[in-house]
Design a protein around this ligand. Structure first.
Ligand code: 9UX
Length: 72
């Protein structure tokens, strides 16, 4: 069963920033979809919780260089 998480992502200033975040999230195991919205500072992720979790996704966003917090 699929789970949804929404993160606030602070520091993205262009669409390439959003692209880098999306790509990094999608490289993780257990990700079904990731959509990053630079205008609203949001990342929406659909994932399979047997393989990955909110904290792993949050850390991955931070590894790209942005401050991330789980909001939903
Ligand atoms: Mo372009 Mo976004 O260098 O940091 S990828 S502003």
């Amino acid at each position: 069963s699929e789970t949804e998480a929404v993160f606030s992502v602070i520091g993205m200033t262009c669409s390439a920033c959003a692209g880098s975040v999306e790509k990094a999230i999608k490289r993780l195991p257990g990700i079904h979809e990731a959509v990053v919205d630079v205008l609203n500072n949001r990342a929406q992720v659909l994932f399979y919780p047997n393989f990955v979790n909110e904290e792993k996704i949050r850390e991955t966003i931070e590894d790209v260089g942005f401050e991330a917090s789980l909001i939903l």
